[in-house]
Design a binder for this molecule. Structure first.
Ligand code: GNR
Ligand code: NI
Length: 162
């Protein structure tokens, strides 16, 4: 497996809508595995393919703590509910943290690495990470949604992981 280089802002790939995946081959599995290793090495809870230089609709989320790894290929949000403001960070913006309002609940439809369609419901921080990643696939960056910037120490004071 390989730790990939994370693309940082400013880079056009981060603001370009990614292409749908049509081929579910071994190469896709290798990319997903490499993205997972890259995310872990960078201490992230999510990663989208454009962040490793691949403009395809592929993203992963893993909140850790025994929760399962979510692999999303061609994800679509099919329902949302509620709203909540929380602090977010992004591996493509190393020193920026800010409060973002997002729906508290999402239901998505996506394909797994074998091309099987599945539905997933998520709440709270998991729903937030999923939406942050789907935004990446649409070329939307969290900085365009920040209501208030916070300093890293303020972020840790709130008890979030760094
Ligand atoms: O590691 C990450 N943490 C995070 C915190 C709150 C909301 C979203 C995220 S995703 C981010 C990793 C990243 O940049 N994914 O695109
Ligand atoms: Ni991000």
């Amino acid at each position: 497996m390989t730790i990939l280089k994370i693309v940082e802002h400013p880079n056009e790939i981060l603001t370009t809508p990614a292409q749908k995946v049509t081929v579910f081959d071994k190469k896709l599995g290798i990319l997903l595995d490499d993205m997972y290793e890259t995310m872990m090495a960078a201490d992230g809870i999510g990663l989208a393919a454009p962040q490793v230089g691949v403009s395809k609709r592929i993203a992963i989320v893993d909140l850790g703590e025994g929760q399962e790894i979510i692999e999303m290929i061609n994800p679509e949000i099919v329902a949302i509910g509620g709203k909540e403001v929380e602090v977010e960070g992004c591996l493509s913006f190393p020193d920026i943290y800010g409060e973002v309002e997002r729906p508290y609940y999402v239901k998505i439809e996506a394909e797994d690495r074998d091309g099987n369609l599945y539905e997933l419901e998520a709440e709270d921080y998991e729903a937030r990470a999923i939406q942050h990643e789907i935004d990446h696939l649409n070329g939307i960056l969290f900085t365009s949604k920040i209501l208030r910037y916070v300093t890293p120490d303020e972020f840790t004071e709130e008890g979030e992981e760094q």
